[in-house]
Design a protein around this ligand. Structure first.
Ligand code: DX5
Ligand code: ZN
Length: 247
């Protein structure tokens, strides 16, 4: 499996000290920062947009390689994810991870005569568009979405339409601090079995009590909000999460 990547979710940061909290997590051993973007429509909560992302980008060194240390992993819990690709690239996003469900609903909502938009809305087209803008592309699924919708996308004939990462949500997206749903792990195991080299991210309820199960299923990109930000010693938690994935 690919190397362990630990991505603290800054949703659990102190938003009045966001820049400081971001650079501190990197000093404490984080590989990526997981940036949760919520629009109040796709999920029943709102967080931050481009101006904040671009300001905190300046507090963390840019990755020197795709998916390298310092990657801004933007988890786009928004409707119409095709509309924000260029803005997030300009704000400093490195990995644009959209929800499969949102892309499918924009296909249904798009006027078929609007050729420019219809060329960007489907999951494969959106992955291509994200790549053309110079970012890595991720695709996320919510707990109610079966994993087999992803096979055709991951195995796209044209490599530019294949995702660099899949995110399997282990809570219903919208809030930090929720209970881990072990029911989602068979999706991770099925993905790992088919794709030994794929970056597979898990998000929601991850911490020292749940990491073993997630790692055994095959996840290598670990998001943790409350478990890292709430710890006495965040660097110890980061190292323990990493060790569980690498063992
Ligand atoms: C939930 C977000 C998560 C969240 C995880 O919708 O996508 O990234 O911050 O928080 P914890 O780790 O506390 O469950
Ligand atoms: Zn997230």
């Amino acid at each position: 499996a690919p190397p362990a990547i630990i991505a603290p979710s800054i949703l659990s940061a102190n938003f009045a000290n966001l820049g400081h909290d971001c650079s501190k997590k990197m000093e404490e051993g984080a590989d990526w920062l997981h940036v949760d973007i919520m629009d109040g429509h796709f999920v029943p909560n709102m967080t931050i947009g481009c101006p904040v992302v671009s300001q905190i980008r300046g507090c963390v060194d840019r990755p020197s390689e795709p998916c390298g240390r310092g990657t801004f992993d933007c988890h786009m819990m928004i409707m119409e994810p095709h509309k924000w690709v260029v803005e997030f690239k300009n704000a400093g996003c490195d990995l644009y991870c959209f929800h499969y469900e949102a892309a499918v609903s924009s296909v249904a909502a798009t006027d078929p005569t609007d050729k420019e938009t219809t060329a960007r809305t489907s999951p494969k087209q959106l992955i291509r568009y994200i790549h053309e803008q110079g970012m890595q592309a991720g695709i996320a699924i919510k707990p109610d979405t079966p994993v087999d919708v992803l096979w055709d996308i991951i195995e796209s004939e044209d490599p530019v339409e294949r995702p660099d990462m899949v995110l399997v949500m282990t809570v219903h997206p919208g809030f930090g601090g929720q209970k881990f749903m072990a029911s989602e792990l068979p999706k991770v195991a099925a993905l790992r079995k088919r794709y030994p080299e794929l970056n597979i991210e898990v998000d929601g309820g991850l911490g020292l009590g749940t990491i073993e199960q997630a790692a055994d299923a095959g996840a290598n990109v670990i998001v943790a909000g409350s478990a890292i930000f709430g710890a006495q010693d965040p660097s110890e938690v980061i190292e323990k999460l990493r060790a569980a994935v690498q063992k």
